[in-house]
Design a protein around this ligand. Structure first.
Ligand code: NAP
Length: 499
């Protein structure tokens, strides 16, 4: 059931992109139990619609069709898979505006950000459509003395891959996984977050139009534990790729242990920003504003701890608070800088982090409360002099609250930046090349951005160290996560009929 009046208000022109059933084996399927999940617009609380909430049996039926489809899909010429992915890419871009509006409706993000995410989502499909054609065989110079021995390494698709994606990037997190898996010949069963299922279902509609064969790409909505748990136990599911919180990542890691699946885990972040004396302050402030407030702060790459060298600390804090105060808060369709947060729990976390930091001695430079726009709108907030003991300095905030603290030496700030279980991304601002080299080497993060914020893109290996995850997405490596390595050693001198 879809609220068609609401869809009309958001000017979604192709109504058939709004699907309330799951997509399994090329068919739109309701739940065998008749259960549904209600999905609301976070900006207003208006009900967008209800999606069928699938049962554990429905979810296993998706694995059945994915397993059946695997042989033909993996056996297709790489050019064949590439052409279908390319067609999917074209259709995503053709329907960019509708896809962006669906995303604003269910996720609340500003329209420009939603459009940017659709471009980003499409870029993975394009990249892997190309990558599908690259050879998956590597010849190795033989280490054996026999003259006629030939050694090769083959990369083969692992089989059925389970993909579990979060609500903050409901399109891009799905295509980043699915296109990589499908390019190499895997079939997929995907569970989108129950808070934002419509973007994934719209992508399934476009996959069908692109000619993705039945059973290759399946999207299953429902209660996560019900739908995903059977996949973790199923020996036919050979890989599990998850993006979400470290807490659920740990759970899925444990649940997947009995069937020893290949795992990709893109988990939480707790990014430090380090600003050294001598850095270009205009750049440092502008880039840190982006690093903190993009996606309304609900971003695994979000700047959670901003460390500024004491000599420039007051100047940085003053400029940063002024720039933050100028950010607009509003409804996603009005394209503000910041939209609503996803749910009540997210807003409560901002309130808790702010109250805790203030109680421990931090100062409030701007914001610090919910906005009159609605219950899920939290004002962009700056806290200065935040002590190391404050919860925000060790826990991912995932919202528009910036925490700033001074530091006195390079060694001190490296130790503080690394003092976390997370290791996704770190940002560094400096004009000194030798310092940039030293600090980049010392930071224990999967990605380091120097004098800029934007690091993402289809050709780069995205991922973290420590408890920010396992494996990489994007780049050639992202595709290889969905392969098994087969080492082949052929002896042409023995047992082979001589011609
Ligand atoms: P989440 O609560 O961990 O949910 C992520 C996904 O896991 C959703 O599809 C959710 O489904 C599912 N899930 C929840 N409980 C589950 C269970 N018991 N078994 C199986 N699946 C389960 O995370 P989130 O709140 O959506 O996203 C925010 C987190 O994601 C942040 O920590 C952020 O840093 C991280 N993130 C990381 C990256 C990265 O690339 N490293 C990118 C984006 C976000 P339901 O919604 O249906 O419950």
């Amino acid at each position: 059931m879809i609220n068609t009046a609401l869809a009309a208000r958001f000017e979604i022109s192709d109504k058939s992109l709004l699907r309330s059933f799951s997509y399994i084996g090329g068919k739109w399927c309701g739940s065998t139990t008749g259960e549904t999940i209600r999905v609301s617009d976070p900006a207003t609380g208006d009900v967008i619609g209800e999606v069928a909430s699938l049962s554990a049996e429905d979810s296993l039926a998706a694995v059945d069709v994915a397993q059946t489809a695997f042989s033909a899909w993996s056996g297709l010429l790489p050019q064949g898979r590439s052409a279908i992915l390319r067609c999917w890419f074209d259709l995503i871009l053709e329907h960019k505006e509708d896809l962006a509006r669906i995303m604003v409706l269910e996720q609340g993000k500003p329209l420009s950000e939603a459009r940017g995410e659709i471009d980003y989502a499409a870029s993975f499909v394009e990249f892997y459509a190309e990558e599908a054609k690259r050879p998956n065989i590597e010849g190795v110079t033989s280490h054996l003395p026999d003259a006629e021995v030939e050694v090769e390494v083959w990369l083969e698709p692992v089989g059925v891959a389970a993909l579990i994606t979060p609500w903050n990037f409901p399109a891009a997190m799905l295509t980043r996984k699915a296109a990589a898996a499908m390019a190499v010949g895997c079939t997929v069963v995907a569970h989108p977050s129950s808070e934002t299922p419509f973007s994934a279902l719209a992508l399934a509609e476009l996959a069908e139009r692109a000619g993705v064969p039945a059973g290759v790409f399946n999207v299953i909505a429902g209660k996560a534990a019900t739908v995903v748990d059977p996949w973790t136990k199923d020996t036919r599911v050979r890989a599990l790729s998850f993006t979400g919180s470290t807490e659920i990542g740990r759970l899925l890691y444990r649940q997947s242990a009995d069937t020893v699946k290949k795992l990709v885990m893109e988990l939480g972040g707790h990014a430090p920003v380090i600003v050294f004396k001598g850095a270009d302050l205009d750049v440092a402030v502008a880039e840190t504003i982006k690093a903190k407030f993009a996606t309304s702060g609900q971003d695994c790459l979000g700047a959670n701890r901003i460390f500024v060298e004491r000599a420039i600390y007051d100047e940085f804090c003053s400029r940063f608070a002024t720039a933050t105060g100028e950010l607009s808060l509003g409804m996603g369709m009005d394209d503000p800088d910041i939209g609503p947060l996803m749910n009540e729990k997210a807003v409560q976390k901002q309130e808790m982090h702010v109250a805790d930091a203030l109680a421990k001695g931090a100062k409030l430079a701007c914001g610090g409360k919910r906005d009159a726009l609605g219950p899920l709108f939290y004002q962009p907030t700056v806290l200065t002099d935040v002590p190391a003991e404050a919860a925000i300095m060790s826990d991912e905030t995932f919202g528009p609250v910036a925490a700033i603290a001074p530091f006195d030496s390079e060694d001190e700030v490296i130790a503080r930046a690394n003092a976390t279980e997370y290791g996704l991304v770190a940002y560094l601002h400096s004009h000194d090349p030798r310092r940039i080299y030293r600090v980049t080497r010392a930071l224990q993060f999967g990605m380091v951005a120097v004098n800029r914020t934007k690091v993402t893109g289809a050709p780069i290996p995205f991922g973290g160290t420590k408890q920010s995850g396992l494996g990489r997405e994007g780049a050639r490596l992202g595709m290889e996560e969905f392969t098994e390595i087969k080492y082949v050693c052929r002896d042409w001198a023995k047992g082979v009929k001589k011609c």
